[in-house]
Design a protein around this ligand. Structure first.
Ligand SMILES: C[S@@+](CC[C@H](N)C(=O)[O-])C[C@H]1O[C@@H](n2cnc3c(N)ncnc32)[C@H](O)[C@@H]1O
Length: 372
């Protein structure tokens, strides 16, 4: 196929020209050449090499491989694919090298075939699991292995989020990659609070799961002084410990040197509501995260004594609320703060996503000052 060879720094500019003039071919991609140039595939309507439009950039003949399938369904027999057109899974979730997919009953018998097709299409996936729904006290998904690249069906895996790695295990611990924006906003609020207080923060994340919020906070140079973290699910605490150890070991100060040791460093498998029973934990926290969306609001009052008094502190949490009861939920948060002798300096309560036809998944953030 005829290609236009251009200096690699000009690739985008020439791609734009070729696309707008309808001279580029979409039967092949850009080829990197050995001499620091790139080759853009051209179609038959592109002018000849001698045309001045090419500004002396040469044309080359390069043999191209036809583009392969672009979707896992392309690996399934065409007639079968067509017969069940409406039933095949339309989306899936990936955590590390594990793919999780909901399979309709009508195509359940083709589960292994679906997994094979997905493993063929997606080279970074090791294991394909069917999502059988949420189960148990810790609302963890039941997964059924449909196909494995290497025979292993272990669901523990490692994901990358915003520049750091986290161990996760979708069959044992809750984790949602879709909420990474919330972690970015938690970090933004923490940086503002740190700026306002003029010192690094002590954070308390008593429903930490595998610790994704701690990932964002520990990764920020100079932001944290220490932490109180935990979860009631022992499997979550195993992964949380691994993640915190890794994240803490690579902490840097603002100059890029290894950071001073953290203090406190409390990590426990415990009910969040029990943290207050140890008086050493009271009045220690600058930033409190409350992430048990079905119960967050009712837990706030018990957790507030963990926050420092006579200074600004931040309560940030997530709650699933009836859309029709949004105001009542907001009032309940304010009531909990008042009953802890707190005044609210700033408050936001906004929808992160829909949860069901009548419920919303909301984030609340209160900048508060608890008097002694
Ligand atoms: C919605 S998840 C949030 C996990 C984590 N913060 C995240 O963003 O991925 C709620 C977590 O709270 C834990 N949990 C449930 N009840 C708890 C309780 N009473 N005390 C502490 N943790 C609890 C669950 O095991 C789960 O890991």
């Amino acid at each position: 196929m005829r290609h236009l060879s251009v200096p690699s720094a000009q690739t985008q500019q020439w791609l734009d020209i070729c696309r707008t003039q309808h001279w580029s071919s979409n039967e092949a991609g850009v080829t990197h050449l050995e001499d620091g140039r790139n080759a853009i595939p051209l179609n038959d309507s592109a002018p000849q090499e001698t045309d001045q439009v090419w500004k002396n950039n040469p044309h080359l003949e390069i043999e191209t491989q036809p583009k392969g399938p672009t979707h896992w369904l392309d690996h399934i027999d065409e007639e079968l694919a067509e017969t069940h057109r409406e039933d095949w899974p339309r989306s899936y979730e990936i955590q590390g090298d594990v793919l999780i997919v909901k399979i309709e009953e009508t195509v359940w018998d083709y589960g292994e075939m679906i997994a094979d097709a997905m493993l063929t299409q997606l080279p970074n996936i090791r294991l394909v699991c069917a999502d059988m729904g949420v189960k148990g006290e810790f609302r963890v998904r039941e997964l059924y292995p449909l196909g494995s690249r290497d025979g292993t069906v272990e669901t523990r895996t490692r994901i990358r989020e915003s520049g750091y790695l986290l161990w996760v295990d979708p069959s044992k611990v809750y984790f949602s990659a879709r909420l990474s924006n919330e972690r970015i906003e938690t970090l933004a609020s923490a940086k503002l609070l740190c700026g306002k207080l003029g010192h690094p923060l002590v954070v308390c994340d008593p429903y930490a799961g595998v610790g994704p919020s701690m990932g964002a906070l520990l990764n920020e140079p100079g932001l944290l002084q220490g932490y109180f973290v935990g979860d009631l699910n022992p499997d979550a605490v195993d992964l949380l410990s691994l993640n915190i150890e890794y994240l803490a070991s690579r902490r840097k100060d603002k100059r890029g040197n290894p950071a001073a040791p953290l203090h406190p460093t409390e990590l426990h498998c415990r009910d969040a509501l029990d943290w207050i029973h140890d008086t050493n934990n009271l009045n220690q926290t600058d930033l409190l995260l409350v992430n048990l969306p079905h119960h967050s609001i009712e837990h706030i009052e018990t957790l507030l004594p963990l926050l420092k008094r006579n200074q600004t502190s931040v309560l940030r949490g997530w709650a699933i609320v009836e859309r029709a009861e949004r105001e009542e939920s907001e009032e309940a948060i304010h009531r909990a703060i008042s009953s802890a002798n707190g005044t609210v300096e700033q408050f936001t309560f906004k929808e992160v996503k829909g949860f069901s036809t009548t419920k919303s998944f909301m984030c609340f953030e209160a900048w508060i000052n608890l008097s002694a």
